[in-house]
Design a protein around this ligand. Structure first.
Ligand SMILES: [Zn+2]
Length: 261
């Protein structure tokens, strides 16, 4: 009998039985990196832990789902110059995600889902998930929370949410205020912080990299002024319910056995 939706709360035999019965596993991915002068470096991890834990708990009431411990250090090479950042290089991080996936396959899982809360992890997560499905007879899925919730978050885009997700701007500041207000240094909120404008060519999918631009001015993308605990609560609830819906849709897609080759 499974007594928790947490992988780390179960015994090896419970995990094996769960995996063999076709249950899925979610791997939450986050970061520990500088978030400007006003937010804790654990911001992405706090947001990830808050929304993914709750979403898995809710989804697990109707679908067969476990969540592994969150990987709270990610690929944050572009933030290292600001200090306060722990990071794996992209090659190491890709290898780690592959190793975690391979471990889960060896545990008996054939449905492996990565959910991400940090931009720098996204392309590597997708690559690792695709590689895993090529290598093994398994289903995989991967997405970042702001994409899963993009439709519902879109309505806040025109308001004071700032850039979504941005980096350490009003959007993330609101959520950290809602999760643990005492970790936000509101005295360091700067009113006149310029919003970053990404460099584009007008062709979707084009990425233009320019040294320094990737982190926004002074390491953050937009002013946290306008952030509030109440807005953060609204964003967290909107993201959580989108994640629940997405998990159910993904697992519905995975209902056939993965193709053996
Ligand atoms: Zn962040």
């Amino acid at each position: 009998m499974i007594r928790s939706h947490l992988f780390h709360a179960l015994t090896r035999d419970q995990i094996t039985a769960f995996a063999k019965s076709g249950g899925a596993v979610v791997v939450p991915l986050a970061a520990t990196e500088q978030h400007g002068p006003h937010l804790p470096v654990y911001t992405d991890s706090m947001i990830c832990e808050s929304v993914v834990t709750k979403a898995v708990q809710l989804a697990a009431e109707t679908v067969s789902l476990l969540m592994t411990p969150m990987l709270s250090i990610g690929c944050s090479e572009h933030h290292k110059n600001f200090g306060g950042t722990l990071s794996f290089t992209s090659t190491t991080y890709l290898q780690m995600l592959s190793d975690i996936g391979n471990s889960l396959v060896q545990c008996g899982f054939n449905k492996i889902i990565y959910i991400n809360a940090h931009g720098g992890n996204e392309p590597l997560m997708q690559q690792a998930a695709n590689d895993l499905a090529v290598k093994h007879a398994v289903w995989t899925a991967s997405a970042s929370y702001w994409r899963i919730a993009s439709e519902v978050l879109h309505e806040y885009r025109m308001t004071e949410a700032g850039i979504i997700p941005g980096h350490a701007g009003a959007f993330e500041s609101s959520m950290v205020m809602a999760i643990r207000r005492e970790w936000v240094d509101e005295m360091s909120f700067k009113k006149d912080h310029p919003s970053v404008s990404w460099i584009g060519t007008g062709v979707p999918g084009t990425f233009v990299g320019k040294h320094g631009i990737l982190t926004g001015h002074d390491g953050y993308t937009d002013s946290p002024i306008g952030a509030s605990e109440e807005k953060g609560q609204v964003y967290i609830e909107a993201i959580t319910s989108s994640l629940v819906q997405w998990l159910k849709t993904v697992l519905h897609t995975m209902k056939e056995p993965p193709d053996e080759q």
